[in-house]
Design a protein around this ligand. Structure first.
Ligand SMILES: Nc1ncnc2c1ncn2[C@@H]1O[C@H](COP(=O)(O)OP(=O)(O)OP(=O)(O)O)[C@@H](O)[C@H]1O
Ligand SMILES: [Mg+2]
Length: 499
């Protein structure tokens, strides 16, 4: 029998303030399922539920076979896990083949801390695949990967035979790998569509259009019915008052019977119409829900408004050094660069070439006041997320209001952020970005800023940064995003910085 995972009416919340998943029912069988939804909607939560990683009612999740091998690859890869170590040390042919396919070298583990997040990601996924899982859960696997690494990973995932669940904002990956799409709405409801992301998107856009049409048709019908119901109610009332008058006048029996019959007819018409109105109200409620959902989903489309200020000095950072190292490795030689107040630089290079290290060196060399620099690292450390949250709490009502406006325009409902003890990676990045932008930074150092962000927010940020004329150093594998925002390229090639 082929494997299967069944979720029935599963709900989950971290705190009583916000429901993350509500009444989710899904049946997953062999093939790749894409999971999409805005930041903070509950994609990671759904994966963790499927992995059995969160407390929940076991009756609501059924796996066939019950001892199915499940592997979950979380969004962040920081630590060298025993699974990765076992994989690297394995002598089995399968492990060696996988390492070859993913271009992994066991010697890399010796300097794990200096591996780039993209390299660590491949180790993490390799270690999961080597166990031949029946259920493989991947949370945004391509966030840190360059084009080549993405291709390596895709080629391997395409051959996977089990049930695959892939959370991603990468349209290209979703479209080429998945054949079903699970869409999560901010309210925690989940819907399964057949087809990859583009096909599913077309289905839900049509669905929303049909719901809008149905809603206006139902509204017109309800108005008509209500008029008929009012008329029926009036005739029943009239029949009742006729009967009362007849009783008072003690008129003959047949006149009494006539009034009774009229009242009975009017009452049953009223009852029938009342029932029809109830049915219509229910249908209308359903159509309203879909239309409302579409409206909520579209709120992300508001533009980001930020005040800006250009630096008063011409040159911001000068970095001149014979070598930049990471641990005992020399990453770059003979570096001599100047960042001016109008610089808009795209910093490019394959995974592990030293982009992040160069940014850290630039920060070291900087003499600018700390609050005038917005440095958004590739992965926000937990302490920084926590510090930002505490800082937001300490703001005056006005400053907090302004900040939350930017946060909301980036697609995070402020009440969710305020209620969440652990913002999701997407929410945390938007908060950090909003804080920097509302501080009027002179220099933005953004290391893969679109990682973890949903598609509408990427477009909003692009729009905001185009108008924000401070200096910018951008590391991004998203070429379209980088082309729009930068004017020059610094390329890291074989240990040199080429301009
Ligand atoms: N441990 C936790 N305690 C409280 N709230 C949490 C916790 N973890 C997540 N949340 C909240 O639950 C909601 C769903 O989080 P989840 O991480 O599943 O979102 P996501 O869709 O994966 O987001 P992203 O696209 O940013 O990765 C978010 O609003 C988040 O702030
Ligand atoms: Mg997530």
């Amino acid at each position: 029998m082929s494997s299967q995972v069944l979720l029935s009416h599963l709900s989950f919340s971290y705190t009583s303030a916000v429901d993350v998943l509500t009444e989710v029912s899904l049946c997953l069988s062999q093939g790749w399922f894409g999971v999409v939804g805005p930041n903070g909607s509950g994609k990671t939560t759904l994966l963790r539920v499927l992995a059995g990683d969160l407390p929940g009612d076991p009756a609501m999740i059924q796996r066939t076979p019950s001892d199915m091998i499940v592997r979950y690859c979380p969004q962040r890869v920081e630590h060298l896990t025993p699974a990765i170590r076992d994989f690297a040390e394995s002598w089995q042919g399968n492990a060696h083949r996988l390492m070859g396919q993913l271009e992994l070298e066991p010697t890399q583990l010796a300097h794990w801390q200096s591996l780039s997040p993209g390299e660590r990601k491949r180790w993490q996924i390799g270690a999961a695949l080597v166990d031949v899982p029946e259920l493989l859960l991947l949370d945004e696997p391509t966030n840190h990967l360059d084009t080549r690494a993405k291709k390596l990973l895709f080629d391997r995932l395409e051959r996977y035979q089990g049930i695959g669940v892939l959370v991603s904002h990468d349209r290209q990956l979703l479209d080429s790998l998945t054949c079903s799409t699970i869409r999560i709405h901010p309210g925690g409801t989940v819907k399964l569509y057949s087809g990859n992301y583009s096909a599913a998107r077309e289905l839900w856009l049509n669905e929303e259009k049909r719901s809008r049409q149905t809603r206006s048709k139902l509204q017109a019908e309800r108005r008509k019915l209500k008029r008929r119901l009012d008329a029926a109610r009036r005739s029943r009332e009239k029949a009742e008052s006729d009967m009362d008058t007849a009783k008072r006048l003690k008129s003959v029996h047949d006149s009494d019977a006539r009034s009774m019959a009229a009242k009975g007819r009017a009452a049953s018409a009223e009852k029938r119409l009342g029932r029809e109105v109830t049915v219509l109200r229910r249908k209308l409620g359903k159509a309203d829900e879909t239309v409302e959902q579409a409206r909520v989903d579209k709120q992300v489309g508001r533009s980001v408004f930020v005040l800006e200020e250009v630096a008063p000095m011409q040159n911001l950072i000068w970095l001149k050094t014979p070598a930049i190292r990471k641990g005992d490795r020399i990453l770059l030689r003979d570096v001599d660069v100047l960042v001016r107040r109008e610089s808009r630089i795209h910093l490019k290079g394959p995974n592990g070439s030293g982009k992040t290290t160069l940014i850290e060196e630039l920060l070291q060399a900087s003499q600018l006041p700390e609050e005038r620099i917005l440095y958004l690292p590739q992965e926000l450390p937990h302490e920084r997320v926590e510090r930002n949250r505490r800082m937001m709490e300490s703001f005056s009502d006005m400053a907090k209001g302004r900040l939350l406006q930017v946060v909301a325009a980036l697609g995070v409902p402020p009440e969710r952020l305020l209620a969440s003890e652990q913002p999701s990676p997407g929410e945390a990045r938007k908060l950090a970005l909003a804080m920097g932008l509302s501080r009027q930074a002179w220099l933005l150092l953004l290391d893969e800023p679109t990682n973890h962000l949903d598609l509408p927010s990427i477009e909003r940020i692009e729009e905001a940064l185009v108008r924000y004329s401070s200096a910018l150093i951008l590391v991004s594998h998203d070429d379209r995003f980088a082309r729009t925002l930068t004017r020059e390229t610094w390329r890291l090639e074989e240990g040199r910085l080429v301009m």
